[in-house]
Design a protein around this ligand. Structure first.
Ligand SMILES: Cc1cc2nc3c(=O)[nH]c(=O)nc-3n(C[C@H](O)[C@H](O)[C@H](O)COP(=O)(O)O)c2cc1C
Length: 186
C-alpha cells in the first residue's frame, strides 16, 4: 500500500460532535494503516471568504490577505488526499469550511503558482433531518468541486438523523468512516 498524505478538513465547532467523531474515526484507521494525516479544524480558525480581488499570488502566497489560510496552504500543497468531514448547515457546507473552499480559487486557475497534487477526495457529512435527500445540495457541490479540481471522488458517507452530540454512535457512520480510513490506500 502506498503511504498517502491525507488532509482532513472539519467543518464543525463542536468538539466530539458527530462529524468530528467521523473525522477522528477515519483518522485513527488511516494512521493505523500507515498514512500521514493532518486534521485542520476550520471552525476554530479565522479564514475570511474570497473577495474576488484577483490578487492571488501577488504577494508570493495564494491569498494576498493574512488569515489562517496561510497556515492551511502548505498543508494543502503537500496533501495527496483531501477529506471533508462536516455537518450539514442549511443543506450545504458550513460557512467556515466554505470560506476555505472559496479560497481554493487561488489554486484553480492558470495563474496558480504552486499546483496542488491532491488526487483523491472523500466526503463525511451528517445532518439532523431524517431523509437522505437533505444531502443533495452538499453532495452536488462536493462532486462538482471534485470534477473541477480533477480529484477522484473516493466516496461519500452521508448520515441523516443525527443532531445531539453522540447521536452518530447509533448509526453506521463511524463504521463507514473507519472503512474509508482503511480503503483509501488500496
Ligand atoms: C446553523 C445550523 C444549520 C443546520 N442546517 C441543517 C440542515 O440544513 N439540515 C439538517 O438536516 N440539519 C441541519 N443542522 C443540524 C446539524 O447538521 C446536525 O445537528 C449535525 O449532527 C451536527 O453535527 P456536529 O455534531 O458535527 O456539529 C444544522 C445545524 C446548525 C447549527
Amino acid at each position: 500500500m502506498a503511504k498517502k498524505n491525507i488532509l482532513v478538513l472539519t467543518g464543525s465547532a463542536r468538539k466530539n460532535g458527530n462529524s468530528d467523531r467521523m473525522a477522528d474515526t477515519f483518522i485513527k484507521e488511516a494512521l493505523s494503516v500507515g498514512h500521514e494525516v493532518t486534521k485542520f479544524e476550520t471552525a476554530k480558525k479565522e479564514i475570511r471568504g474570497c473577495i474576488a480581488c484577483e490578487t492571488c499570488w501577488s504577494k508570493g502566497k495564494p491569498c494576498s490577505f493574512q488569515d489562517d489560510f496561510d497556515e492551511l496552504a502548505p498543508l494543502l500543497e503537500t496533501a495527496d488526499v483531501i477529506v471533508f468531514a462536516t455537518p450539514l448547515y442549511w443543506f450545504t457546507f458550513p460557512a467556515q469550511i466554505k470560506a476555505f473552499i472559496d479560497k481554493l480559487y487561488a489554486y484553480a486557475g492558470k495563474n496558480c503558482l504552486r499546483p496542488l497534487k491532491i488526487k483523491e477526495c472523500l466526503l463525511l457529512v451528517c445532518g439532523a433531518d431524517d431523509n437522505l435527500k437533505i444531502f443533495d445540495g452538499i453532495i452536488a457541490t462536493y462532486k462538482e468541486i471534485a470534477h473541477y479540481m480533477k480529484w477522484e471522488d473516493k466516496g461519500i458517507v452521508a448520515v441523516p438523523k443525527v443532531n445531539k452530540k453522540g447521536d452518530i454512535e447509533a448509526t453506521d457512520g463511524l463504521v463507514k468512516a473507519k472503512e474509508y480510513g482503511k480503503m483509501l490506500g488500496q
